[in-house]
Every structure is written in structure tokens, then in C-alpha cells.
Design a protein around this ligand. Structure first.
Ligand SMILES: Cc1cc2nc3c(=O)[nH]c(=O)nc-3n(C[C@H](O)[C@H](O)[C@H](O)COP(=O)(O)O)c2cc1C
Length: 184
């Protein structure tokens, strides 16, 4: 798929076919994702590939338990049906105090790579500086050493839904030349 088309057609996918994703495909996605930019080129990533139903169920439970009140309607139950879930982590020793940025950029790259392979994905946060409860629980569940921070959780699967093309805010509302100008 051409890059422009991939960028324009990627959507969050939360319903998945039962079809499994081969280990080779997952490896190919992670191999691509790691070309993402990172602070001082530290390439600080660790990817926990979860396919065991029991561990997936625990991820769902934790994500729901730590869901902020304002997002209670967006439960993570769908993640249990994803054939694979990638927990994207960052090693503090290679991250130069930029854990979140390093984790988010590799996640965006992973999601585009997945779309290019015909796979659906969705971004779920694992880490919030103001509320570290979920990250701590993930650390226990996945046996992450203290220096490894989970940043995002990315369910992956062949799509079993076809979202509409999304309504985009007008570019004119976002673009400014030289200085910020109020949009009339
Ligand atoms: C920081 C962030 C947090 C998100 N958290 C959730 C989440 O908790 N649950 C969920 O289903 N989707 C989550 N999403 C996905 C967004 O809902 C989705 O990207 C957005 O609605 C735009 O749709 P699109 O990805 O199809 O373009 C999150 C996305 C971002 C960037």
C-alpha cells in the first residue's frame, strides 16, 4: 500500500476476525516499527507480544479497572478477542527522560505498519504520569523490571468491521503561517 493511502485510510479497529496472526507477520511489524525516531537514537523499545488468552483477559481487566471516570463508556473488553496484543515498553536507561514520546512514536509507526499489512489496531494508553496505577499493575503482570515502562497497549487483528471514512476538521482551522492567527 502506498504511504499516503495508508495514512489516510488507517482507522482504529476494535472488532477482529478469529484468524490468528502468524509469528512471522508480528515479527515483520515490530521490525518495521523499530525504525521510528527516538530521543538521541536510543531505540529504547521492548515489545511484549501477548497471545495467551489468560494474559489477554488480565490485560482487559486491568485496562478497565484503571479506566478514568470520564472514559468509563469506552471499555477495553474488545481486546480479549484480538489475536495478539502488543504492550509497547520503553527502557529508562536508553530513553533520556523521554519515555512517553519514545513509546508513542514507535506505536504510531507500528500502527501504520500493521495497516500496511492488512491488520487493524487501536491505541490504548498504558501510562499516565499523573496516574501510574495501570503501569504499575502491568509491570507486575508482565514481570517488567523497574526500569522498563509500559507506554501503550496495541491490540492487533484482521478487521471484522469497516469504519466509515472519518470526518476531518478543516485543515484551515489548524494551519498557521509564521504566527498563530485566529481563525475567523
Ligand atoms: C492518547 C490516546 C488514547 C486513546 N485511548 C483509547 C482508549 O482508551 N480506548 C479506545 O478504544 N481507543 C482509544 N484511542 C483511540 C482513539 O479513540 C482513536 O484514535 C480516535 O477516535 C480516532 O479514530 P481513528 O484512530 O479511527 O482515526 C486512543 C487514542 C489516543 C491517541
Amino acid at each position: 500500500m502506498e504511504l499516503k493511502q495508508a495514512i489516510q485510510t488507517r482507522r482504529s479497529i476494535r472488532a477482529y476476525q478469529a484468524r490468528t496472526i502468524s509469528a512471522a507477520v508480528i515479527r515483520r511489524l515490530l521490525d518495521l516499527a523499530r525504525y521510528a525516531p527516538s530521543s538521541l537514537d536510543g531505540q529504547p523499545w521492548h515489545f511484549i507480544v501477548v497471545t495467551e488468552p489468560k494474559i489477554k483477559a488480565k490485560l482487559v481487566k486491568l485496562k478497565n479497572r484503571f479506566c478514568p471516570v470520564e472514559k468509563q463508556m469506552y471499555r477495553a473488553d474488545f481486546m480479549g478477542a484480538a489475536p495478539a496484543v502488543i504492550v509497547v515498553c520503553v527502557d529508562k536507561q536508553r530513553s533520556f527522560n523521554r519515555d512517553i514520546e519514545n513509546g508513542v512514536l514507535v506505536t504510531a509507526t507500528l500502527m501504520l505498519a500493521a495497516h500496511g499489512e492488512g491488520l487493524g489496531s487501536v491505541y490504548l494508553s498504558a501510562y499516565r504520569t499523573d496516574k501510574p496505577g495501570l503501569a504499575a499493575a502491568l509491570r507486575r503482570l508482565l514481570r517488567l523490571p523497574a526500569r522498563i515502562t509500559p507506554v501503550t497497549i496495541v491490540p492487533l487483528g484482521y478487521a471484522d468491521e469497516t469504519p466509515e471514512p472519518k470526518a476531518m476538521r478543516a485543515l484551515a482551522e489548524m494551519i498557521h503561517y509564521e504566527q498563530f492567527r485566529r481563525v475567523p
